[in-house]
Write a protein that binds this ligand. Structure first.
Ligand SMILES: [Zn+2]
Ligand SMILES: [Zn+2]
Length: 318
């Protein structure tokens, strides 16, 4: 079973996205790239190289529903005459657009983001949204943990690896322990846990960093020999990367705890202290990262949390 990596251009800061083609029955594409003419043209050329066209695609499997990964899913599904689209059930909230949801707006307000900044983030997201068509529930099937995705000459097994988003999934070929990991494992950067409502109780926040640490350990237990990520080069030494991630997370934890002043601070205030120079586009990612780390420090008993006027304030434990 051949796995063909295809790099597609994106208009985003992160640069190109990797999608993966399995050019055998049933022809399957893992992730699609954003909805741009450049990405679609590049994808068509890559399919042609394998003697295929979009019409041959029978299955579209999504690692997660961010625009750079899922943007073309709807258009490809339509052109390939109802190819099956598979995505984890916990990813539903992301399919139609993060910041449209009142829940996310409420999470931002609770994290101390001022109303005018919430509005800036909403507008920014409107700009990003144009790079993906949303899929209705009836147009997707659910990926479930440990399910087998079968091919003529092999199979991939679904590994639910929440953290970057609640429904992020990876796919392992056990024969040679190759793992397709989406944005769960990236060679050069520590993936950002994105602020999301909890898929079980949408009035709460998803505990992204705790979940992510469990996912990283779970991937480690699979002892992958090759990890194919959503951006950048493949990872040949996951063990080394795993320890590098843990060190980066530990360093960030200490930094964040230091940044909480004696009289307390909101996640927004901590994110501004941590990334003072970020522009509008990256403030959402900054507050996401701050919340993830503050929640984790709180759950470890290193910070106290209280609600003040509808805003959450973290304090040092005395
Ligand atoms: Zn992503
Ligand atoms: Zn990505």
């Amino acid at each position: 079973m051949k796995i063909v990596p295809i790099s597609l251009p994106t208009p985003f800061y992160i640069g190109p996205v990797n999608v993966y083609l399995i050019p055998e029955d049933p022809v399957t594409l893992i992730d699609t790239g954003p909805k741009t003419k450049e990405a679609l043209d590049t994808l068509r050329a890559a399919l042609r190289n394998e003697g295929l066209s979009v019409a041959d695609i029978r299955r579209i499997v999504l690692t997660h529903a961010h625009e750079d990964h899922c943007g073309l899913a709807r258009a490809l599904r339509d052109e390939a005459k109802d190819a099956e689209v598979l995505v984890h059930g916990w990813e539903t909230g992301h399919r139609a657009g993060r910041l449209e949801y009142d829940e996310t707006r409420q999470l931002l307000v609770r994290a101390g983001v001022p109303p005018d900044e919430v509005e800036v983030m909403r507008k920014m997201y409107e700009g990003v949204r144009q790079y993906a068509d949303s899929l209705d529930d009836g147009q997707c099937s659910e990926l479930t943990d440990e399910a087998e995705i079968e091919f003529d000459s092999g199979a991939l097994q679904v590994v639910h690896t929440p953290g970057h988003t609640p429904g992020s999934c990876s796919f392992i070929r056990h024969a040679d322990r190759t793992l397709i990991a989406g944005d769960c494992v990236l060679k050069r950067i520590t993936p950002n846990p994105i602020l999301s409502p909890d898929p079980i109780d949408r009035s709460r926040r998803f505990r992204s960093l705790e979940e992510y640490l469990v996912s990283l350990a779970r991937v480690r237990a699979l002892a992958p020999t090759l990890v194919l990520g959503g951006h950048g080069d493949a990872v040949h030494d996951y063990e080394e990367l795993f320890h590098r991630y843990l060190r980066a997370i530990r360093d960030r934890q200490s930094q964040i705890i230091r940044l909480v002043p004696t009289n307390g601070a909101s996640a927004w205030e901590v994110s501004r202290a941590m990334f003072p120079d970020t522009d509008d586009v990256h403030r959402f990612l900054g507050v996401s990262e701050a919340v993830a780390h503050l929640d984790y420090a709180h759950s470890e008993g290193k910070l106290a949390l209280e609600i003040n006027d509808g805003r959450e304030v973290y304090r040092k434990v005395s």
